[in-house]
Unconditional design. Structure first.
Length: 213
């Protein structure tokens, strides 16, 4: 395709003087016909491929984009809140378990202490009762002294005299006597001599025979 100097200058937006300068420098293909210069240019190839114009964002598109991002943010917030709730619940469960453990140990120790105190009190009462009985027996009973082969002296009190010294009802004395008779063959504390039952209060404790079942 051939263009005149004017056509070339207008097409490529340059001055005629610049076009002539390029011709002199032989940087342009040209021909001379009838004394007039023509610039030879290659024909422009028009592509059949359709050019997709970039779609301009509309208000609806912008709103839709914001809504999508907002939904994603809400989902992330919900996930974080769920994780936080789970951690809080686990922490609270751990604290509850630790509290229950401490309460259990405290209760157990408290029960042990109560049991120890009860045992001490019971022992003191038994010892006090036994001392009272011994004092009464010394005043009212006949004590049998026996010297064993190993020169060990035992002080025996007949059951009948022992029961007389106790401030008990006849029915209670009868029940206690039955307990002694029942335990004779199996309890070394119950001593039978000359058809009578004797007790060694200096050596044994008989408080369990006095307790009501």
């Amino acid at each position: 395709m051939k263009l005149t100097i004017d056509e070339y200058a207008k097409k490529y937006k340059m001055s005629k003087q610049m076009v002539y300068t390029k011709i002199k420098a032989k940087s342009l293909d040209f021909v001379v016909e009838n004394g007039e210069y023509f610039i030879v240019v290659a024909k422009e190839k028009h592509s059949n491929t359709p050019v997709h114009k970039k779609e301009k964002p509309t208000v609806a598109m912008v709103i839709s984009l914001y809504q999508k991002e907002n939904k994603q943010l809400k989902n992330k917030i919900a996930q974080l809140e769920a994780k936080i709730d789970k951690l809080v619940a686990e922490k609270e469960q751990m604290l509850r378990e630790e509290r229950d453990k401490i309460e259990y140990l405290f209760h157990k120790k408290d029960e042990q202490l109560k049991n120890i105190l009860e045992l001490i009190n019971a022992k003191m009462k038994i010892e006090q009762t036994q001392k009272i009985h011994e004092i009464e027996i010394e005043d009212t009973q006949t004590i049998t002294t026996t010297i064993q082969p190993n020169n060990e002296t035992t002080y025996l009190v007949e059951l009948k005299d022992y029961l007389k010294s106790l401030n008990l009802k006849p029915s209670q004395k009868k029940s206690i006597k039955k307990r002694f008779l029942k335990a004779y063959d199996s309890d070394v504390r119950v001593i039978k001599k000359d058809g009578k039952i004797y007790l060694d209060l200096t050596k044994y404790d008989y408080s369990d025979f006095l307790e009501e079942n």
